[in-house]
Write a protein that binds this ligand. Sequence first.
Ligand code: SF4
Length: 184
Amino acid sequence: MKEKILLHTCCAPDATHSINVLRERNFFVITFFYNPNIHPEEEYIKRKNEMEKIKKFMEVENIDDVTYDKDRWHQICDIYANEKEGGKRCELCFRMRIEETAKKAKEKNINYIATTLTISPHKNAELINKIGDEIGKKYSINYLPTNFKKQDGFKKSIELSKKFGLYRQNYCGCIYSLNMRKLK
Ligand code: SF4
């Protein structure tokens, strides 16, 4: 029987290629949409709803029975509101989302977790994997280190997103990344 893996999924486009990679590694993939970082709420709903297309086109189970925990996200991350993308705020944001994935996996008796965050060319896979490893140890769960952007992974995710007609956002997610995008 295939081993189940709970894949923290930051958005539908990033899920596409990541699911394929994990399937090639013989995992039974279940996606988990937990992203209270996303601002504003309409954008959160839009990205969450795009997961319906992933369920349909990639025939995957998706868990999204979570509250839009934006107040808790701000409590944790606002301390570094002025940091650039990729800085200390992102470390806290990664940690919060991966930690929730570990808790959900424990609840569902799933032994492995991973995250789609490593597919982004703007994100440091080494740092994400270090955080994931710490969380894995804390919750006695197997965190699978990945670097989904390797071997043209990001490019492949763009191609699959086009094929499935997925919405692709042009900013990472939080209000600070949105403000930075507006300045460009
Ligand atoms: S830029 Fe992205 S990863 Fe960093 S804090 Fe904002 S939403 Fe999280």
